[in-house]
Design a protein around this ligand. Structure first.
Ligand SMILES: NC(=O)NCCC[C@H](N)C(=O)O
Length: 259
């Protein structure tokens, strides 16, 4: 069996100053956030995902949302060019960590003005959907396609205007069913199989294995719905990150490939 690792990045002291786009600012308890992050990492480890810490980027309040800094496809790590300029210094540490793990590293062709955040990239079974309209632009989709299509991926842009990132609106269950909270999904018809869920936080699942998903405790009705479908749910409280438009997906990058 391949090693299963998960990149994570410890929250920094400026966390409470993270960017907000769709939410009003609320006070963030950084100590509580750190404990919640530790709980999240422990939950991954308990499910067989060895955590690999990316070096902190303490000048960047949003660095804990490590998913936005890279798109990993098989043995290729595509370093992103985040749509928010404040977040661009976050990518160096991620690039170093993946290089040390043996991944091939590629960059987007920035001459086109491409921007891309990892949170806009949803992958399932060779298809890569990329949210366009927030942090990621059309040139970002094209630049990612230029890198992934030669490796057999099908890359499709999908509109994303109601939330920060595509994966703030939808994620995929292990069987490929896409879950989303309908008021926040631009186009449910973009997916062959769409399951509406009753809570915003229910849109966010991290697939741990074929039977198990990691979710936030803020979506108990969705967790019950998924258990009825035969899935096992592991739930963690990430309230302080939700105040910053973060969710369970953006706190890690799962690595299933051993280069
Ligand atoms: N992939 C994600 O959903 N990332 C969350 C990023 C939240 C952060 N406050 C930001 O606005 O960039």
């Amino acid at each position: 069996m391949h090693a299963r690792r998960a990149l994570v990045r410890r929250p920094g002291p400026k966390l409470a100053d993270g960017l907000l786009t769709h939410l009003e600012r609320q006070p963030v308890d950084v100590d509580l956030a750190t404990r919640q992050w530790e709980g999240y990492v422990e939950a991954l480890a308990a499910e067989g995902w060895e955590p690999v810490e990316v070096a902190p980027a303490d000048d960047c309040p949003d660095a804990v949302f490590v998913e936005d800094t890279v798109v990993v496809y098989a043995d290729l790590a595509v370093v992103t060019h985040p749509g928010a300029p404040e977040r661009r210094p976050e990518t160096d540490g991620t690039e170093r960590a993946l290089g040390e793990l043996g991944y091939a590293v590629a960059h987007l062709d920035a001459r086109t003005g491409a921007t891309l955040d990892g949170g806009d990239v949803l992958k399932h079974d060779g298809t890569v959907w990329v949210g366009v309209g927030g942090r990621t632009n059309e040139a970002g989709v094209a630049a990612l396609a230029a890198l992934l299509e030669p490796r057999g991926a099908r890359v499709l842009g999908v509109p994303t205007t109601k939330v920060l990132h595509l994966k703030s609106a939808v994620t995929a269950l292990p069987d490929g069913t896409v879950v989303g909270y309908p008021p926040l999904v631009d186009d449910p018809d973009a997916w062959g199989s769409f399951l509406p869920v009753p809570e915003e936080g229910g849109s966010h699942v991290v697939v741990l294995d074929e039977e198990t998903v990691l979710m936030a405790t803020s979506a108990p009705r969705t967790a019950a719905l998924l258990r009825q479908r035969g899935l096992r749910t592991v739930c963690v409280d990430i309230s302080e990150f939700e105040k910053l438009e973060g969710c369970v997906t953006c706190l890690s990058v799962r690595l299933r490939h051993t280069p």
